[in-house]
Design a protein around this ligand. Structure first.
Ligand code: AHM
Ligand code: MG
Length: 334
C-alpha cells in the first residue's frame, strides 16, 4: 500500500484549511519530526555504540545526566535553533532559556521540550520519548523573552510527543484533535495510523508509582484503594500498569483510558514532573482527546509557570477517573 498520509503531507493539508497561515508552524512541526527521527535512531543504536552511560554531570533537577540525554538535547537545539522560527527554546537539560543567534530576533514562537523523557530506563530497553509544546510570543513585534514561557497551557499552539519503543510514534495536536503517526523505517517517514484519537470516557487501568504510598496523603491512598475494589469497574478491580516512563504511561492512558497519576506527596510537595515541558503539553493533548488533566485541585492547562523548570503534580486520563480523583481527594466535582 502506498502511504499517502505521511506526517508532512498531513501537516501541510491541515495548514491549507487556514488560507491566512504562513506555513511557519507547519515547518516547525516537520523540523521537530525530523529531530525525533534522529533521536529514535540514536536510541535504537545506543547500546552497541556504548552510549548508555552517564556524562558525569548533574542537571538542574539534580538528576545524573545520561549521554543520550545530552545527545538528544543537542539534536533538538541545533535543528530547531537554526530553523529561524523559534525566538527561544527551553530544554529540560539546560539550566536557562536557550537563545540561538539565528533566531533570537526572528520567529513568532517559543518552544519547550523534554528531549529524552524516561532516560533513566534507557539501559533496560524500556520506552523513552520526547515531549514538546509551542507558544506564540506574547508580543510578536519584539524579540522573544523568558516571560513568553509564562503562559497558561490554554495558549499552547501545538504540542506533542514521541515514544521510542516497539515502534516509534509521533502524536500531536494543533488544537483540532489529536493525531497519531507511526514511523515506517523502510521509508523513514511517519505515516498516519490514528486519526482523531479520543480517550475512552472511562477505563480499566491505573498507573502510579505505588512505591511512594508511604508519602501520600490519606485521601490519595483512599482513591488508589478505591480503584482496587472488586466492584471498581464492571469487570472488577482496575489493572495496575506503571512503566516509569511518562510518555509510555501517558500514551497507553490516552489510547486505552483510565488514569495516570503522579500526585504531590510528603517527599515531593510540588510534585515530581515538570510543568512546562511535561505536564502542560500532555494536558493539552489529553484535553484535545476529550480527557482531563489536573494537578489536584486545578486544571493543569490553566496554570502559568513562574519558573521554566517548575515541578507539578499530574493526574490525567479519562474524565471518569480524573473526576473521581477530584471528588475523593479534593471533595469537588467541578
Ligand atoms: P525525566 O524527565 O528526568 O526522565 O523524569 C520524568 C520521569 C517520567 O518519565 C516518569 O513518569 C517519572 O519520572 C518516574 O518517576 P519515578 O521514578 O519517581 O516513578
Ligand atoms: Mg521527562
Amino acid at each position: 500500500m502506498i502511504p499517502t498520509q505521511t506526517l508532512s503531507r498531513f501537516i501541510h493539508a491541515q495548514r491549507r484549511r487556514y488560507p491566512d497561515s504562513t506555513g511557519e508552524l507547519s515547518d516547525l512541526l516537520v523540523s521537530i519530526s525530523l529531530g525525533v527521527k534522529l533521536i529514535s535512531q540514536m536510541v535504537a543504536t545506543a547500546g552497541f555504540k556504548g552510549l548508555h552511560g552517564y556524562t558525569g554531570e548533574t542537571n538542574v533537577h539534580g538528576d545524573e545526566v545520561k549521554v543520550l540525554d545530552e545527545e538528544a538535547d543537542e539534536v533538538l537545539v541545533e535543528l530547531l535553533g537554526s530553523s529561524g522560527h523559534f525566538g527561544l527554546l527551553v530544554s529540560e537539560e539546560r539550566d536557562s532559556v536557550i537563545s540561538t543567534d539565528a533566531t533570537h530576533n526572528e520567529g513568532k514562537y517559543v518552544l519547550a521540550f523534554d528531549p529524552l523523557d524516561g532516560s533513566s530506563n534507557i539501559g533496560s530497553s524500556i520506552p523513552t520519548g520526547t515531549i514538546f509544546c509551542i507558544f506564540r510570543k506574547k508580543d510578536e513585534s519584539r524579540s522573544a523573552i523568558n516571560d513568553d514561557f509564562c503562559q497558561p497551557g490554554t495558549n499552547i499552539v501545538a504540542a506533542g510527543y514521541s515514544v521510542y519503543g516497539a515502534k516509534t510514534s509521533f502524536v500531536y495536536s494543533t488544537g483540532s484533535g489529536v493525531h497519531g503517526f507511526t514511523l515506517d523505517p523502510s521509508i523513514g517517514e511517519f505515516v498516519l495510523t490514528d486519526h482523531d484519537i479520543k480517550v475512552p470516557e472511562r477505563g480499566t487501568i491505573y498507573s502510579v508509582n505505588e512505591g511512594n504510598t508511604a508519602f501520600w496523603d490519606e485521601r490519595v491512598k483512599e482513591y488508589v484503594e478505591s480503584l482496587k475494589r472488586h466492584d471498581a469497574t464492571a469487570k472488577g478491580p482496575y489493572t495496575g500498569r506503571y512503566v516509569g516512563s511518562l510518555v509510555a504511561d501517558f500514551d497507553r492512558t490516552l489510547r486505552k483510558g483510565g488514569v495516570f497519576l503522579y500526585p504531590v506527596d510528603a517527599k515531593r510537595p510540588l510534585g515530581r514532573l515538570r510543568l512546562l515541558y511535561e505536564c502542560m503539553p500532555l494536558a493539552f493533548i489529553m484535553e484535545q482527546a476529550g480527557g482531563a488533566a489536573i494537578n489536584g485541585p486545578d486544571r493543569v492547562s490553566e496554570l502559568v509557570p513562574s519558573d521554566i523548570h517548575q515541578r507539578s503534580a499530574l493526574i490525567t486520563g479519562s474524565p471518569h477517573e480524573v473526576n473521581a480523583y477530584r471528588s475523593i481527594v479534593h471533595g469537588s466535582t467541578r
